[in-house]
Ligand binder design. Structure first.
Ligand SMILES: [Ca+2]
Ligand SMILES: [Ca+2]
Ligand SMILES: [Ca+2]
Ligand SMILES: [Ca+2]
Length: 339
């Protein structure tokens, strides 16, 4: 089974401890295996990725005017790889206007040595220079009716142009979207495809980021999710969110944790929350749920979130959550309560 192979590869060092996880993955989540490559994914229910032009005020909801995603191609795949972007331009449909549309978005695809494994690539701007690895292709979009509300395809790439990292599931490509000019908000999505003309997932592929900047739904009944993977060595979590604009609540759920609210940020501010990892959460994904305020509804809300462990390492938000979407299990809440 493909996801079995993929999961086994990621956790090869501790595979026997992970038998239970593999069984859960195989029995419940085969159906979503092919959903790992739309970014955001259906499980996340996030309408758009967001990157603003660097001249925008951070009050619009983007702290650093850039976003990094990593796409993972399993070693078993030998075909072509395309990284597709929906609505890459900044203008026309979908995008957030600030005065006139005058922004430019630069998309860059990196592979080769250090694209992912360099420590700077796994940090957030402005702390580090994350443009490590080999630049494979770059293209800048402004207002562009040719690609407004349409797909643009980067590639084809050979899988081996990515950086091989078996611990993280195969060949890894890094895609950076940077708001190199202007002050408007770019809404976009990605899809890693076998085709340059349509969205066909690569079996066993996945994608992750360390800092997620996204647009919330306007509909107050829609709940968005991200799924940070908790490495088994993690004992404590520090999560930060930016510019939540006093929308509703952000809460954390796992098999053993039920809707624990975390601190939320106001306009142009950060909020920080620390909590302890529970035994039943190690080697699995958490479910961060973003629940909107009902009345009055907050519109066009852009938000940034990061999660770190006790060592300061950023947790990875996989679009296809490792171990599947965690569901709270009544009756197994045991051991330590969160502090
Ligand atoms: Ca704001
Ligand atoms: Ca557009
Ligand atoms: Ca756009
Ligand atoms: Ca906001």
């Amino acid at each position: 089974m493909l996801i079995y192979v993929y999961t086994k590869r990621i956790f090869s060092k501790s595979f026997f401890k992970m038998k239970k996880l593999v069984i859960i993955v195989c029995s419940v989540f085969v159906a979503i295996n092919l959903q790992g490559q739309p970014v955001p994914s259906p499980e996340e229910n996030i309408p758009w990725l967001v990157t603003f032009g660097k001249k925008a005020g951070t009050t619009w909801g983007d702290n650093d005017f850039s976003q990094i995603w990593f796409f993972v191609v399993p070693e078993s795949y030998k075909g072509q790889v395309f990284i597709r972007v929906f609505d890459p331009d900044v203008g026309g449909a979908n995008d957030e206007l600030n005065g006139v549309f005058d922004s430019r978005m630069q998309y860059s695809v990196y592979g080769g040595k250090d694209a992912f494994s360099h420590p700077d690539a796994q940090e957030v701007r402005p702390k580090k220079n994350f443009k490590t690895g080999t630049l494979l292709i770059t293209k800048t979009f402004g207002v562009d009716p040719n690609y407004d509300n349409k797909w643009y395809s980067f590639g084809p790439f050979a899988p081996t142009q990515g950086e091989l990292n078996p611990e993280y599931g195969g060949y890894i490509f890094k895609v950076i979207c940077e708001g190199v000019d202007g002050d408007d908000g770019n809404m976009y999505r990605y899809f890693m495809s076998t085709s340059g003309t349509e969205n066909i997932p690569i079996e066993g592929g996945n994608a992750f980021t360390h800092e997620y900047t996204f647009r919330m739904h306007d509909n107050p009944n829609q709940v968005s999710h991200i799924y940070p993977y908790v490495h088994p060595e993690s004992t404590k979590i520090r999560t930060e969110n930016f510019d939540w604009d006093d929308d509703g609540s952000i809460r954390v759920t796992s098999e053993v944790r039920r809707e624990q609210a975390i601190n939320v940020s106001g306009d142009n501010t950060w909020a920080t929350t620390d909590f302890a990892v529970m035994e039943g959460e190690k080697g699995k994904s958490l479910d961060f749920q973003f629940v909107k305020r009902k009345n009055p509804a907050v519109k066009n809300n852009n938000v940034v979130i990061t999660v770190r462990n006790q060592k300061g390492d950023l947790l990875k938000f996989y679009s296809s959550p490792i171990g599947g979407v965690p569901k709270y299990k009544y009756g197994i809440e045991v051991q330590k309560k969160p502090k």
